[in-house]
Design a protein around this ligand. Structure first.
Ligand code: SF4
Length: 264
């Protein structure tokens, strides 16, 4: 019989997240770099492929933990990512990763072939200049958009778009992003993309004043558009259906800790 992994709050742990690297090719204004110093990270200090496989195997075989997510930094900077995915595939029901998407166009099909199920892509804006400002890089937005198409082509779906709301910077673009998701799904299949609105965690960085409350935005802006159907805030596990029961027509809001998930 398998054991149960219980956290300090009495919750059963059923999934693992591996931060494969602290390296990243972007430099977002709100990045906390998983507690690492900005400016890079050391590939030599990263968790080895062998250790990832060992932990995933033990968690699956002894504790029924059969969901794994990879994050970073930027996990696609790991050259052995496909190998890791392929080696843990037999132990997992779901393998996903969170990426900034800039390298996805080149690697989506290789990762899908290795056994990756789906991806989350960070995308805060569709405006190239604003994207450059937020990520403190130049000219990467088109690579991310291409990467999203490549991920959908490789069946890494649903592709969840993570939009971090920044007051005064991109919080006026929620509807534009929703239109992008709706149009994309209309052409590429229902639920190819899902938009997730993310609130900045409270912190004392230089951009902390740009923390934005996603739910308040949706409620306010929906009203300004004639109340066309954003649902009431739901508890854990509630979403579109719960929202519709409460009078919404075409959308749902799901609150989960500091994260809001919005589905169209
Ligand atoms: S993409 Fe993620 S890891 Fe990279 S700088 Fe931005 S927030 Fe940090």
């Amino acid at each position: 019989m398998k054991g149960r992994l219980i956290d300090a709050f009495g919750r059963e742990i059923t999934s693992l997240r591996f931060a494969l690297t602290s390296r990243c090719n972007l430099n977002c204004i709100y990045c906390h770099a998983e507690g690492e110093e900005r400016g890079g990270g050391d590939a030599a200090r990263e968790i080895s492929a062998d250790l990832v496989v060992k932990v995933a195997k033990v968690a699956s075989q002894r504790f029924s933990v059969r969901k794994v997510k990879f994050s970073g930094g930027e996990p696609l900077l790991r050259g052995d990512l496909a190998e890791i995915i392929q080696r843990i595939r037999a132990y997992e029901d779901e393998i996903s990763l969170t990426t900034n998407g800039t390298l996805l166009r080149e690697r989506a099909s290789e990762l899908a072939d290795a056994g990756l199920d789906r991806v989350n892509v960070s995308l805060d804006t569709l405006n190239p200049e604003k994207y450059d400002f937020i990520t403190r890089t130049k000219g990467n937005l088109s690579k991310v958009i291409d990467g999203i198409y490549a991920a959908v082509d490789a069946n890494l779906t649903p592709v969840k778009l993570n939009m971090v709301l920044l007051k005064g910077i991109n919080d006026g673009e929620i509807w534009e992003m929703m239109d992008f998701v709706r149009d994309f799904n209309g052409k590429n299949g229902k639920d190819a993309l899902i938009l997730q609105l993310i609130e900045l965690m409270p912190f004392f960085g230089i951009y902390s004043s740009h923390r934005s409350h996603a739910y308040e935005h949706l409620r306010t802006r929906t009203r300004s558009r004639g109340g066309e159907g954003v649902a009431e805030e739901g508890a854990e596990g509630e979403g579109k259906e719960a929202g519709e029961k409460r009078g919404g027509r075409g959308a749902g809001v799901k609150r989960r800790m500091s994260e809001l998930i919005f589905r169209k």
